[in-house]
Design a protein around this ligand. Structure first.
Ligand SMILES: [Zn+2]
Length: 113
């Protein structure tokens, strides 16, 4: 699922957006000031794509510090690693939920699907 970060050209606010459809991105506005002039932050996308690397490096048995738990990119990492080790496939629905959880934690509780 392509997750991108944008910077508002008007107020400078940075935010992440999960692009499900092409139209989503075309209608995208700054959540702060509703400006439509947004700059896609390409470098952050590359960082996100490397989740596989994070996953391979992740050791479920090693102790974690506060920084680990504060990093939203680590949400679900433990579950994914464990299920991977056990040979389960969580499916694309899980991936979608996880992306939402990482980018907008409050919204997951509004989901009805
Ligand atoms: Zn703005």
């Amino acid at each position: 699922m392509p997750l991108y970060e944008y910077r508002c050209q008007l107020c400078g606010r940075e935010f992440q957006y999960l692009v499900l459809k092409k139209e989503d991105e075309e209608n995208l506005r700054c959540p702060g000031c509703k400006e439509t002039d947004l700059k896609k932050l390409v470098s952050r996308v590359a960082y996100h794509v490397s989740e596989q690397d994070r996953l391979s490096a992740y050791d479920p048995n090693s102790p974690k510090d506060d920084a680990f738990y504060k990093d939203t990119r680590n949400i679900g990492l433990h579950a994914k690693k464990r299920t991977q080790q056990m040979g389960f496939d969580l499916g694309s629905g899980f991936e979608t939920k996880l992306e939402r959880l990482r980018t907008d934690p409050g919204k997951v509780f509004d989901d009805t699907d």
